[in-house]
Design a protein around this ligand. Structure first.
Ligand SMILES: [Zn+2]
Length: 101
């Protein structure tokens, strides 16, 4: 089952993407260096995190579609781990009353 939409990172294996995310969030490399390291082109440093696969909840499901809710990755500079808002990849329904723009 492939719920991830085709992104610029789709040519990478899951392992590579995990490594890219690890370097992005946990290393001292700049985003530009991570991009160069993996020879990633066509993605701006400030937008790399948007291409990461979303976090898939294993407990939350959409009450309409029955799909697992997902949560978008945050950029490493906006590490305000407040409340993660999960949403349905199909209908956009969220687990919050708040609707995302
Ligand atoms: Zn739904």
């Amino acid at each position: 089952m492939k719920i991830q939409e085709k992104s610029k990172l789709s040519r990478f294996s899951d392992e590579d993407v995990n490594e890219i995310m690890d370097l992005y969030y946990n290393s001292d490399f700049t985003v530009t260096e991570v991009l160069e390291l993996f020879n990633i082109t066509g993605i701006r440093a400030s937008e790399l995190y948007r291409h990461f696969p979303p976090i898939i909840s294993d407990s939350l499901q959409c009450r309409y579609c029955g799909l697992s809710l997902v949560c978008n990755r945050k950029s490493k500079t906006s590490r305000t781990w407040g409340r993660d808002i999960y949403h349905c990849p199909e209908c956009g329904h969220t687990n919050e009353t708040l609707i995302l723009p």
